[in-house]
Write a protein that binds this ligand. Sequence first.
Ligand SMILES: Nc1ncnc2c1ncn2[C@@H]1O[C@H](COP(=O)(O)OP(=O)(O)OP(=O)(O)O)[C@@H](O)[C@H]1O
Length: 456
Amino acid sequence: MVLNVNVKSVILEARELKISDQKTTSSIEICDVIGCHLCEEPGGILPIFFGSAPYLVIKYISKGKNYKWTAENVHVTGSREECEALRTKVNEKLETERPKKLGLFINPIGGSQNSLNVYSKTIAPLFRAANIVCDVMVSERPKHIVDIMKSFDTTCVDGLVVVGGDGTLLEVINGLLTRAQKEAGLDYDKPTCKLKPLEVPIGIIPTGTGNGTAKGLYGNTDVVTAALHIIRGKTNRNNVQAVYSGGKLASFSTIVIGCGLFSDLIYHTERQRWLKKARYFVVPLHLMLFKKQRLFDAKLTIFQRDSTAEDADGTSEKSTTYEQKEVEGQCVSITSSGAGLGYPCAPFGASVMPFIKHPSEFVVAMYKQCGRFEFLSHLKSCALENLDAFQKDFLLPYTVRGYKVKIQCSDKSPDPESEEVNINNLLDVDGELLDIVDGEYEVWNHRQLLRFYTSS
Ligand SMILES: Nc1ncnc2c1ncn2[C@@H]1O[C@H](COP(=O)(O)OP(=O)(O)OP(=O)(O)O)[C@@H](O)[C@H]1O
């Protein structure tokens, strides 16, 4: 919607623009202004005689339902001097924390394979309107971004933006965070090592399939909403989970880590790539409705906050002692969620929040055997963020600061090439499959390790 007003009816106040037309007065917060540009009326016979009429376009963020943001315009008419004066004053007020130069990484094959199109048609014009310059890199092969991250100079940009899915984001995060720890000379393979945070802010334009991190940060997976959060430039420090296996740091995670059912789903889905995007729907539905649940024996060791050794602000979690508990048994999956780790709208966010009392805590759940429909109804409750989604007989949820899993093979002397061994050594990390060593891994929370563009 375009609002047409005269320059005299626009009043610039300390933190907002007050705009009045004949009937109403509305206001736009300065932090929601995207940019301000002077335009000329298109040519015609009248401008030849009377001169062209300039007008000022004020582009601003409008916040709708379901966290959806759109870019709207106010057209301000008046004399050139008045329009230019208003433009200068508004631009001066636009906050200095806004990014001016971004490093942008596009995965052209993520999701519907339309990232390049989304960028050039929708995102680039918004960034241009906000006077943001982009240094664009397009990945040419799997893991190309991991290689780029090995030498990318983050000091020459104000922020990084991923145009892709969670897998591409994970490549950026893994590359940069690991490099930062190496450069700091830290013993980062030890779960107890306090890791060095990454200063450069990261944003994501969700053109992947799952897009869980974008949903967590922006409340939805709308690409315009995501771009507008990045333009606004507000950032938040977010927690990250780290996965360790075989005595090494294997990956970071921002959404979900799961063995068993969840890694099986990804394993089988990726084997049916010929189904293209339909595989994300057909394969899980087929497995859930027609296949028997795969059960495996596992030992889950949980590390919980020692209630007698309180760390008031929660920043020194590594010096805290832990109460350790072991749970053993047959299960369908062991899954932990990054919800509650500082992502304002994280997947399962509200569902696991009742369990979390401290910023360093997160939830790991052991899924026991259950009926197909019970399981689907649990997933639906999680998606709807119902507070009782984890209060099910087949679920054992634990509030933890870290946990360790050992998957036991049913065969006492298993063939290392067997499918059971293979599949037991796969872990779903944010929708990507990670090879773990001997069916054993550990997950720990690291506080405020990343800075994301978000406006919580
Ligand atoms: N040019 C390319 N050709 C083939 N694979 C690529 C290319 N560029 C990146 N990749 C790979 O694509 C994989 C998936 O990317 P991405 O996560 O962006 O999309 P997605 O899997 O559809 O989304 P989500 O992870 O949100 O479900 C990554 O593992 C990455 O290594």
